[in-house]
Design a binder for this molecule. Structure first.
Ligand code: AKG
Ligand code: MN
Length: 211
């Protein structure tokens, strides 16, 4: 079911993999361009940075955030902070991004945070759980823009078999309920598969309730 179907009460995902809901083609090209323009404004204020893990390993993605809290990682650990590493208060979550949360999260509470990941060239993200939040009864909602990304889904604990699905520009993923703490990651992106980002690559916007 698409976002423009006004009658829709509860939108239905096009694919469900191990409890992870995927709403394929949720945003059309015009929606994606409008969202991208708002993300550009966020990045002007809160520039993308290439973070390091607590062990000091450089991550391959570039990151920034919007919302009351932003997720960061550095030598001090994985955590949420009220300001960008440069000291700026995080910009508000853009209205087009927030609208996706309102449509698919099934949550009466809004997100505290929108993490913005930029995958360029060989950037990827290893299998992990999203678990720096206080209450796992709220879902995680994430939006893909730009190049295709190969999303891998594992289990509730590390190890075991995995499944994968290509996420395309405009797709929305919801990890909630029993799938809230599922292991997931991005194996790779398909460079040049989308013309949305002028510099190429893939953007992922991940909204979470934090406190
Ligand atoms: O890029 C994606 O689709 C997933 C990003 C992610 O899992 C995260 O930032 O925690
Ligand atoms: Mn994650």
């Amino acid at each position: 079911m698409r976002k423009n179907d006004e009658e829709a009460v509860t939108p239905q995902p096009t694919v469900v993999l191990r409890g992870v809901q995927v709403f394929q083609g949720w945003l059309d090209r015009a929606d994606q361009l409008a969202m991208l323009a708002q993300i550009r404004d966020v990045v002007q204020v809160a520039p993308l940075v290439q973070p390091v893990t607590p062990s000091g390993r450089k991550m391959s993605v570039q990151m920034t955030s919007a919302g009351k809290l932003g997720w960061i990682t550095d030598r001090g650990g994985y955590r949420y902070e009220t300001t960008h590493p440069n000291g700026t208060t995080w910009p508000e979550i853009p209205s087009t991004v927030r609208a996706v949360w309102d449509a698919v999260s099934g949550s009466s509470r809004g997100p505290d945070s929108c993490l913005i990941n930029l995958y360029r060239e060989a950037a990827k993200m290893g299998l992990h759980q999203d678990r720096n939040e206080a209450d796992f009864s709220y879902p995680v909602v994430s939006i893909s823009l730009g190049d295709d990304g190969l999303f891998r889904i594992g289990n509730m604990t590390r190890g075991g078999t995995t499944e994968k699905i290509w996420l395309k520009s405009g797709d929305v993923v919801v990890m909630g309920g029993d799938a809230r703490l599922i292991f997931h990651g991005i194996d790779k992106t398909r460079l040049g598969s989308s013309t949305l980002l002028s510099g190429g690559g893939r953007l992922n916007l991940t909204m979470r309730v934090v406190t």
